[in-house]
Design a protein around this ligand. Structure first.
Ligand code: 1HE
Length: 268
């Protein structure tokens, strides 16, 4: 992959990020391997720029990391000098950026390998589909470092693995391997080392072939419905279902199936 962002993608990304377009997929690589993709401000706010300036033609994003690790989490160098107010502002900044990933315009597939720890795990959990290579391992060393998650981890991670498991990870500092991560839902796919990006691109391509309206409903409406009260949820579901069905593309796809021109749903 080229270090320079390709046409259509933001030209002002920091050196710690590389971006590439492949048709209607954009691939974003954390490119700070000498620091194990530790997340410093430049990188985190570069991610924000990338998502803010994503070309309208992009329908899905793949996020992955260069080197032996997805990410070693927060750059601990940046922690030592902050006072209370600066720390709050910093954490809120991460929230803003990761919200843009989770509640942005397009679905994001992350490809995890090596260390996926601390803020790296928080980042991964803001993506919609996670592919892990066998080398991946997960940890929340904040507890043992005398700090706390600050990138939305206490909101997102319990929704994936449960409060109990997250509490235990933070209290003991233990790490879990790729197989456990798959069982807990930290990843949705587990592949051989070196195969993650290919799988991530394959999934993103498939996701990009959905209608934009359905992808919008899945990433914007579904999590909000799931967190609302039942009555509101049922109402919102009816509204969203009707919205997606009313699209011309949806009608064409349903017709194609009924006329035996569309694929059946078969075992993967
Ligand atoms: C770093 C960081 C970092 C590496 N901040 N510089 N995260 C952690 O507690 C994880 C800390 N990192 C590690 O445990 C290890 O680096 C790894 C297991 C990920 C990789 O080990 P290794 O042997 O491949 O690399 P290394 O020799 O430890 O690190 C290579 C360089 O990266 C080295 O710098 P150098 O100048 O000596 O070459 C390390 O200092 C640097 N490095 N990780 C700064 N994290 C919003 S709140 C979120 C809170 C958190 O994320 S807390 C979790 C922090």
């Amino acid at each position: 992959m080229d270090a320079a962002p390709k046409k259509g993608l933001p030209a002002n990304l920091p050196a710690s990020l590389c971006a590439e377009l492949q048709g209607d997929i954009a691939i974003l690589r954390l490119s700070r391997p000498e620091k194990r993709n530790a997340l410093h401000d430049e990188l985190v706010f570069g991610i924000e720029t990338f998502f803010q300036e994503l070309p309208a033609t992009v329908k899905a994003v793949v996020l992955h990391g260069e080197g032996d690790h997805f990410s070693a989490g927060l750059d601990l160098n940046e922690l030592t000098e902050r006072d209370f107010a600066e720390a709050v502002e910093h954490s809120r900044g991460w929230h803003r950026v990761f919200e843009q990933i989770e509640f942005g315009r397009v679905p994001v597939v992350s490809v995890l390998h090596g260390a996926v720890v601390g803020g790296g795990l928080e980042l991964a959990c803001s993506t919609h589909v996670r592919v892990a290579e066998l080398s991946a391992y997960y940890g929340l060393p904040e507890g043992t470092r005398g700090i706390f998650v600050g990138g939305g981890g206490s909101v997102r991670i319990p929704r994936v693995i449960g409060i109990s498991r997250m509490t235990e990870m933070m209290l003991t500092g233990r790490t879990y391997g790729a197989e456990d991560g798959l069982a807990f839902g930290l990843s949705h796919y587990l592949v051989e080392n070196g195969e993650g990006l290919k799988k991530g691109i394959e999934l993103a391509t498939k996701i990009a072939s959905n209608t934009s309206l359905t992808n919008f409903a899945i990433i914007q409406a579904l999590p909000r419905i799931a967190e609302s009260d039942r009555a509101s949820g049922f109402l919102m579901e009816s509204l969203v279902a009707s919205l997606t069905q009313s699209g011309g593309e949806a009608k064409a796809r349903l017709k194609a199936f009924l006329e035996k021109r569309a694929p059946k749903v078969v075992r993967d």
